[in-house]
Write a protein that binds this ligand. Sequence first.
Ligand code: GUN
Ligand code: ZN
Length: 433
Amino acid sequence: MSGLRAIRGEIVHFLGDPADLGADALAHFPDGLLIVRDGLVAELGPAADLLPRLPAGTTVDDYRGKLVLPGFIDTHIHYAQTDIVASYGEQVLAWLEKYTYPTERRFADPAHAAAVAEFFCDELLRNGTTTAMAFATVHPASVDALFAAARKRHMRMIAGKVLMDRNCPDFLRDPADGGDAESKALIERWHGRDRLLYAVTPRFAPTSTPAQMALAGRLFADHPGVYLQSHLAENEREVAWVARLYPEARSYLDVYERYGQLGARSVFAHCVWIDDTDRTRLAATGAAISFCPTSNLFLGSGLFDLDRAHAAGVRVGLGTDVGGGTSFSMLQTLNEAYKVQQLRGQRLPVERGFYLATRGGARSLYLDDRIGSFDTGREADLVVLDPAATPLLARRTAVATTLAERLFALMLLGDDRAVAATWVMGEPAWRRP
Ligand code: GUN
Ligand code: ZN
């Protein structure tokens, strides 16, 4: 981490949720300067004001003509599914059996895990994503591999060992103690080390016995600051299966609540098939939803109701859910989130979209005091977006007259090609060749 350096460009970040604050949520510096000290945001303002005050010799990276935003936050992804992205034909339960479990089996080999983890972290950075909440596999060494790759790049990463001890192949089944000792050792080894945070990771209610569900709840309760991640109500057949496995529960969400898995820092992917009582419980307990539109459409799961979640006061972030999701790009994820809203007869204003990909994601993870904005003292993770990255983007943004129009073009037409650079902790971590 360097002492002092600065980034000049068109700088945009959010002070709060545009759905609540309206136009006041957005801070925009058409010719801005972001000053970074020791990896943290020191100051942000108009370049004309700040440049004359910069100590002589300070390095200024000039991104004029491009947009600078806080690094994207992907609140749900599976690093071990990198190699099965775009696998044909199935909905989630059959897709797990046919593609997911066989590919996750390969992570018993630490060398394979390390190679995929390296590619995965690079791919996140190529897409402007600087923080992810990720599933590893049941193999403890798969968690070591991911955390080691993220640490090398100084990235913020939340991850954990998958827990599953029933309704899964023998080669992915947890040991007799339900993965308790392995999870504790991983928490000890990684949680709070540099920018890394541990997440207790029961895959989903159908693949854990009640005993393992209770154990996961205890791990979550006994380790302050640790996260919990799982899947919830993604697919109608899955919901019906959970009702058969846990007949005593009021709903799928209620299963997680009964086993102590609901609370601040628990994150549930999908939540397509939940009801208003579930939403009320999610909001009241401080749990979060990860909205994964590319996955929900690709796997034919259904249309998430963002407006109802917001109305109930639930924290929501965005997830790619690779490899059920079809892109590492949060721009592509926003593109499909917009279309999900359209199919519901709702809107996703562009400001709200970029909020969800940055500060909103950080808030859903209780990390908005560290990342997701350029507020003073935040970790200086950022993405530089090029509104002229492709011929079509260049043509479309040339006739755009407002910031919102240019951001919307990036959200609909952009992907990894639109990412000119990604910075982590105030240092360039990836630059487009
Ligand atoms: N439900 C349980 N496991 C998974 C998974 O790996 N991906 C998705 N999309 N849904 C799941
Ligand atoms: Zn998932």
